[in-house]
Design a protein around this ligand. Structure first.
Ligand code: FRU
Length: 478
């Protein structure tokens, strides 16, 4: 229950019990959002992977369902995606849900041939309740690449074919198929581009529109090698012609600079919307975080968009509009001058550790939000003019000693001009910071001794806050 589990987020998905990592197979079908996830039902650390399952009508209230995919003779079930087969290309039925995932075979792995990861498919004709594995799995055998996994499949309408984006060690390999069963290699991307501090995992490729211009975005998670340590997700914006992806600009950009957003991908079958969710943890310490019966939450679902930075396109992330349904009535303050410290603790206390703060400041000056409690735990979220960077500092935010790198101040370079705006969403043990309307994002988890119920805005020089809006969030889970 909530009382016994102070670190369980309330409006983010968490498994009832046991271990979770990557979100998998996120898909919308007949009014229901489906979330599958890497799950070890046998413990609170990583282990034999299954696909857990949860459903929602609004992406805010999730209901956990029975496990969807169990390990079989081909292996355990690693990450992958799901599609709605509207044209019955695979012959499993019109509008069948088809999951495309990596089979991970421990026995072959132990033999060290490097052939232990290959792709399989399974289908459901009852909206994800029951699943049948395709009898001729694997559909994509391993060509001799140790890391060969995490297929993300989408329909490419221009050529009426499926495109699979696959993480293949230090690059992405694109495949295509008419029927989800036979796959042909199209091209490779990235061996010499982007960040390579770790293995490439969990990619995604999708189009986004910018004022009528169509761009393609490629997400690539890497572990380790993230901008603030451990695992993180980079992206490229460019052009895709059904075969080859060409980035506009080879610079490495990050979906989220915080330490706790990994392996995120987008929902399938949402029309033109690209809604992203990530795993709100980091391989550096995920198995050691101080929760007892369960481990890990997902990020909020985030609407992805494009914005311009000079001549370049950058990705923007903002909480989905559906979030409005769980936000209580807001209080708005305007034109406050913060000389050194401004206290809104009396308002924040009532929110019991679950709230949203929107802030717009005049200009670009140092600003720090101190989130604290009576026990003295302190989480600082802010902007520093000297380095032109946003940050989250969790070094004193409660339990930090379970892993040497956890106590840290993480930073994100600003990628905008003019007045700063910040949207901060707190859910018991997580902070999601959307700066400059989602142009820069930081997500961090933390483990306070009690909710961070006190909030002070701090300034180093008189600061004009044009707008300060705050609201509690209705508890969503049962
Ligand atoms: C990413 C990942 C994937 C893999 C899965 C295994 O976090 O390592 O590459 O499929 O987790 O659980």
């Amino acid at each position: 229950t909530v009382a016994n589990e102070p670190h369980r987020p309330q409006f983010h998905f968490t498994p009832k019990a046991h271990w979770m990592n990557d979100p998998n197979g996120m898909v919308f079908l007949n009014g229901t959002y489906h979330l599958f996830f890497q799950h070890n039902p046998g413990g609170t650390t990583w282990g034999p992977m299954h696909w857990g399952h949860a459903t929602s009508k609004d992406m805010m209230h999730w209901e956990e369902q029975p496990i969807a995919l169990y390990p079989d003779s081909l292996g355990t079930i690693f990450s992958g995606s799901a599609v709605v087969d509207k044209n019955n290309t695979a012959g499993f039925g019109k509008n069948a849900l088809v999951a495309i995932y990596t089979c991970h075979n421990k026995a072959i792995e132990d033999a060290k041939t490097g052939l232990h990861q290959y792709q399989g498919i399974a289908y459901s004709t009852d909206e994800g309740k029951t699943w049948t594995k395709y009898e001729k799995n694997p559909v994509l055998p391993n060509p001799g690449i140790w890391d060969f996994r995490d297929p993300k499949v989408r329909w490419y309408e221009a050529e009426k074919k499926w495109v699979m984006t696959l993480a293949t060690k230090d690059r992405i390999t694109f495949y295509s198929s008419p029927n989800l069963k036979q796959w042909t290699k199209e091209s490779e991307f990235g061996e010499k581009l982007g960040a390579h501090g770790g293995v490439w995992e969990c990619p995604d490729l999708f189009p986004l529109d910018y004022n009528g211009q169509k761009k393609w975005v490629l997400l690539v998670s890497i572990n380790p090698g993230g901008p603030n340590g451990g695992s993180a997700t980079q992206y490229f914006v460019g052009h895709f012609d059904g075969k080859t992806f060409i980035p506009d600009n080879p610079v490495t950009r990050w979906v989220d600079y915080g330490t706790d957003n990994y392996a995120g991908v987008t929902f399938s079958n949402l029309g033109d919307r690209q809604v992203f969710m990530g795993w709100m943890s980091n391989w550096q310490y995920a198995e050691r975080v101080p929760t007892q019966n369960w481990r890990s939450a997902n990020t909020l679902p985030r609407e992805l968009g494009l914005a311009k930075s000079g001549n370049d396109f950058i990705l923007t992330s903002t909480p989905v509009k559906e979030m409005a349904t769980i936000i209580n009535k807001a209080s708005v303050l305007q034109n406050i001058t913060v000389n050194t410290s401004y206290d809104i603790s009396d308002k924040i206390q009532a929110y019991n550790g679950k709230y949203v703060v929107d802030l717009e400041v005049d200009g670009q000056k140092d600003i720090a939000l101190h989130l604290t409690n009576a026990k003295g735990d302190l989480l600082v979220i802010g902007y520093e003019k000297a380095g032109n960077a946003f940050y989250i500092d969790r070094t004193k935010a409660g339990e930090v000693n379970f892993e040497p790198g956890f106590a840290k101040k993480m930073t994100a370079p600003r990628n905008a001009q003019g007045n700063i705006n910040l949207k901060i969403i707190i859910d018991a043990a997580s902070a999601e910071v959307f700066a400059d309307s989602g142009r820069t994002v930081l997500t961090a988890i933390f483990f306070p001794q009690e909710p961070l119920n006190l909030l002070h805005i701090k300034a180093t020089a008189p600061l004009k806050v044009l707008k300060l809006k705050h609201a509690g969030i209705a508890t969503a889970i049962k």
